[in-house]
Design a binder for this molecule. Structure first.
Ligand SMILES: Cc1cc2nc3c(=O)[nH]c(=O)nc-3n(C[C@H](O)[C@H](O)[C@H](O)COP(=O)(O)OP(=O)(O)OC[C@H]3O[C@@H](n4cnc5c(N)ncnc54)[C@H](O)[C@@H]3O)c2cc1C
Length: 390
C-alpha cells in the first residue's frame, strides 16, 4: 500500500523519517522551509547515543558511515571551577562508542543522501479531516493534500496546532552562543584547555560550556538565569550596568556590547575561561523554551508530530537523539501498514510509545537544567558524577 506521506521539516527528525521510508522503498515528500541545505549555519556538534540516535542510523542503514565520520574522542569532558581549577577530567576509553560526536552539517548530509527534499517550501497551516485527506497550506499560497502529514518542524511547529493547543514557554534560562575558529593554530592554550571534547565551568546561576566541533571549530555557550527581557535593562535585571559600562539597554545585534555584558556577568572567573568570550566572533541569543511535559494530545487521524515539534525540552544532549529514533520507528511502522485503518493504528501505537519515552526524558532534562544552572554550583558537579560513567 502506497500512502501519500509528507514530512514537514528537514531536521534530524524529518530526514531520518524520510531516509528510513526511502530504505523501505516507500515514497515520501519532504517539505523544508529553508531555501537550501546550507542556507544557515547548521549549529553545533551532536552526541548520538548508542540506544537512540545510533539505533536510528542503523535502521536507516547508515551506522557504518556514521562511525567513519564521528568523533569518539569528542566524548571527553572536563569541568573547571570558576577559578580555573580542574575538578573533573573524564576521558573515554579508546573503544568507547557510546556517545560519539558528529557535526550537525555532516549528519544532515549523511541523512540527505539520495533524498529529494523540496527546499523553500514553508508550511503555514495543516488542516486535517478534509474529504480528500489532510490539507497542507504553504507560504507561497499553494496547497496539497496527503494521507499522512508528519510535523517535524521543530520548536515553533506550524503543524502542532492541528493536534494540540500547547505552545513553548520560557525556562528562565538564556543561552548566548559564540564560536572560535582554528583554535589549535590561533589559540593553542585554549585548545589544550578544552581538550578533545567539551569543557564546562559552573558558577552561581550561570555556566560557560565550550564544545569542540570538527576542524578546530569551537562553540561556546554562556548560560544564565535571567528574565526573558534581561537585555532591556541590565541594571535592574542583572545588576550589570555599572560594571559593563553600558547604557540601560543592550543591543543584541551589537557583538561588542554583548561581549562586554557577558564579561561583566562572568567577572572574576579565570582569565583563560574568559578568553573564550574575548575571542568569540558573532553572539547568538537563545532563550531556552520548552513544551509542557508530558505533551500528549487526542489522536487526530492523518497528522502526527516528531522531535522538538512534539516534545521540546532543555538542550541536554538528547533532543536530536529522540527525534531521530522517533523518525525511524514511525517510518518502519508506516512502511509495513496496509490500508488506512492499519496506518491509523500504527500511528496511534507510535504516539503512545513516543509520549512515554519523551515524558521520561523531559523529566530528566528539566531536572538537569535546574542543577546545571543553579544557585549552588556543587549541584552541577553532582549531576555530572551521576550521569558520567566512571
Ligand atoms: C545549543 C543546543 C545544543 C544541543 N545539543 C544536542 C545534543 O548534543 N544532542 C541532542 O540529541 N540534541 C541536542 N540539542 C537538541 C536538538 O538540537 C534538537 O532536539 C533537534 O534538532 C530536534 O530535531 P527536529 O528535527 O525535531 O527539529 P529541528 O532540528 O528544529 O528541525 C526542524 C526543521 O523544520 C524546518 N521548519 C521549521 N518550520 C517549518 C515550516 N513552517 N515549514 C517547513 N519547514 C519548517 C526547519 O527549518 C528545520 O530544518 C541541542 C539543542 C541546542 C539548542
Amino acid at each position: 500500500m502506497r500512502h501519500r506521506i509528507a514530512v514537514i521539516g528537514g531536521g534530524p527528525a524529518g530526514l531520518t523519517f524520510a531516509r528510513v521510508l526511502h530504505r523501505h522503498d516507500h515514497p515520501v515528500t519532504v517539505l523544508e522551509r529553508d531555501p537550501a541545505p546550507d542556507a544557515r549555519p547548521p549549529g553545533g556538534t551532536l552526541d548520538l547515543h548508542e540506544n537512540l540516535g545510533q539505533l536510528a542510523l542503523d535502521k536507516a542503514g547508515l551506522l557504518a558511515e556514521f562511525q567513519a565520520l564521528s568523533r569518539p574522542e569528542g566524548q571527553a569532558m572536563r569541568i573547571l571551577g570558576p577559578d580555573g581549577t580542574v575538578l573533573r577530567d573524564w576521558q573515554p576509553r579508546p573503544d568507547d562508542r557510546a556517545n560519539p560526536e558528529i557535526d550537525r552539517g555532516q549528519l544532515r548530509d549523511l541523512l540527505l543522501g539520495p533524498l529529494d527534499v523540496q527546499w523553500g517550501r514553508g508550511v503555514t497551516e495543516v488542516v486535517p479531516g478534509t474529504g480528500d485527506g489532510v490539507l497542507v497550506r504553504f507560504a507561497d499560497g499553494r496547497q496539497e493534500t496527503f494521507d499522512l502529514v508528519v510535523g517535524a518542524d521543530g520548536a515553533w511547529s506550524r503543524v502542532r496546532p492541528a493536534v494540540s493547543s500547547a505552545t513553548p514557554h520560557y525556562t528562565g534560562v538564556t543561552s548566548v552562543e559564540t564560536s572560535l575558529d582554528d583554535v589549535d593554530t590561533r589559540y593553542p592554550d585554549l585548545a589544550r584547555l578544552i581538550g578533545d571534547g567539551a569543557m564546562a565551568v559552573y558558577g552561581v546561576n550561570r555556566n560557560l560550556v565550550a564544545q569542540r566541533n570538527s576542524g578546530g571549530h569551537v562553540k561556546v555557550y554562556a548560560q544564565f538565569r535571567a528574565p526573558l527581557d534581561w537585555h532591556t535593562n541590565l541594571d535592574r535585571h542583572m545588576g550589570l550596568n555599572r560594571r559593563a559600562g553600558l547604557d540601560a539597554g543592550l543591543d543584541l545585534a551589537d557583538a561588542e556590547a554583548v561581549r562586554s555584558s557577558l564579561l561583566a556577568l562572568f567577572d572574576g572567573w579565570a582569565a583563560p575561561v574568559l578568553d573564550l568570550l574575548r575571542h568569540g566572533t558573532a553572539f547568538v541569543h537563545r532563550p531556552l523554551y520548552v513544551l509542557p511535559a508530558p505533551h500528549t494530545w487526542t489522536h487526530v487521524p492523518g497528522v502526527t508530530l516528531l522531535g522538538d515539534a512534539a516534545h521540546l525540552m532543555p538542550p541536554l544532549g538528547v533532543g536530536a537523539n529522540l527525534a531521530m529514533l522517533e523518525g525511524a520507528e514511525l517510518a518502519e511502522s508506516v512502511a509495513v501498514s496496509q490500508g488506512p485503518g492499519d496506518l491509523d493504528e500504527a500511528i496511534r501505537a507510535f504516539e503512545e510509545q513516543m509520549w512515554a519515552r519523551a515524558g521520561r526524558w523531559a523529566k530528566i532534562t528539566t531536572a538537569g537544567l535546574e542543577r546545571l544552572v543553579s544557585p549552588d554550583p556543587t549541584e552541577a558537579l553532582a549531576f555530572f558524577d551521576e550521569v558520567q560513567p566512571s
